[in-house]
Design a protein around this ligand. Sequence first.
Ligand code: SF4
Length: 414
Amino acid sequence: MRAVTTTARSLGAPSPGAAGDLQVSPTPLALLLLGREADPASERGVDCPGDLPAPSDPDLVERARAALAELGDRAFVLGHHYQRDEIIQFADVTGDSFKLARDAAARPQAEFIVFCGVHFMAESADILTSDAQQVILPDLAAGCSMADMASAEQVAEAWDVLKDAGVAQDTVPVTYMNSSADIKAFTGRHGGTVCTSSNARRALEWAFGQREEGRGKVLFLPDQHLGRNTAVRELGLSLEDCVVYNPHRPGGGLSEEQLRRARMILWRGHCSVHGRFSLDSVAEVRARIPGVNVLVHPECRHEVVAAADHVGSTEHIIKLLDAAPAGSKWAVGTELNLVRRLARRYANQGEQSKEIVFLDRTVCFCSTMNRIDLPHLVWSLESLVRGTVVNRIHVEEETAHYASLALDRMLALP
Ligand code: SF4
C-alpha cells in the first residue's frame, strides 16, 4: 500500500548566514477569529512577537532546509493533513492530530517538536510528550474556531445546569480531540474521556457503559455534528434522543425536562470548514459527475452525512481513496488542502487514475490552519538554531494531569 502518512523532509546543505540577517517585516495581526460566538480567551491566540521573513523571500525554502539540517535530530516537524503544501514538504510525519501527538511522544530524542497545526493540537502534544521536550507552534494565531466554542467557564456553568436538573450524576462527558486542554481536563476530572473522529463510537459505548443500562447520558463537547452523527448513525439513537446545549442562553436553552429525557447532550459547537457543506453541495456534484461517490467527514452536518455514500475520519478518507478502484470518481467533503493533494496524487496515472474533486464549488480552506506558512516556519526554526525557543506551547501541570486522565481513558478504549 502506498505510504500516505509520512513525508520525509529533504535536507539541503546549510546556506551561509541562514540563521541570521533576516529581512524583517512587521508581524501580521493577532488571532483570526472564526465562526460565530468564538471566545478569544479560550484558545489564547496572540500576535507573534517576532520578526518574520517576508513571504516573498525566494530563499525561504532553502532557509528552512538549512535550519532543519542544522538542528538535525533535535527538531521533529509535525504536519497536520490540512496544512499547505509549502509546509507539508518539511514535515517529518503527517497525520491527524492524535497520530501526530503520539508520533511526537515516540520521538523522545527530539528536543523541539515543531507542530504545524493548530493550538489545541500543540497542547495535546505537550501533554503527551516528556518534560524534556518543548512544543512550538510557528504562529500562535493558529487557533481553531471549533475549540473556541467551548470555554472552561462555559462548560463549568453547563455542569451546574446539569446538577440543578438532577442529571449530572447520570452524565459522562466526552470531548473531541478538537478542544482546549482546559476542556480535556474538565472531562478527566468528571470521569469522562477524549475521542477522535476514528474512535467516537467506542468512546460513546464506553461512556454509556459507565452508568446503569438506560440511565446514562453523554455531554458531548464541542462538536455537535460528530456527536449527533455518531450517536444516530452508529449507536442507533434517534434524533429525539439528542438535545443541543447553547452556552449563550440561560440554562443552555433547555428545560429540565428536556435534559432529563435526553441521552446525548450536544454542545452547540461546529467546525467552520466542515459545517459549510450542504445538501445542495451533494445534489450539485451528483448532477455534475454521474456515478460519483460522495465521501465526507463526520464533522459535516447530519443531513449531509446522511446523503453521502461514505463517512469517515481524515485517516479513513485517505485510506479509502488509496484502496478505491482505478477509474472511480469521488467528491470529498473535508479541508481543501488535503483534497487537492489527494486529487493530484491520483490524477494523470492513465488507466490507474481516480477522479477526486472537492465537494463544494466554493473554496473551503481552514483559515487558522493556513496561518502556518513558510515565513513563520522559517522564523521559528532559525530562532531555534540561534538558541531561542519561540512560541512554546506549555500546558500547566494540574491541567495537564487531568487532561492526561481523559486521554489515558481514550487510549484504554476497547
Ligand atoms: S478544520 Fe475545523 S476543526 Fe479543524 S482546525 Fe480548522 S476549524 Fe478547527
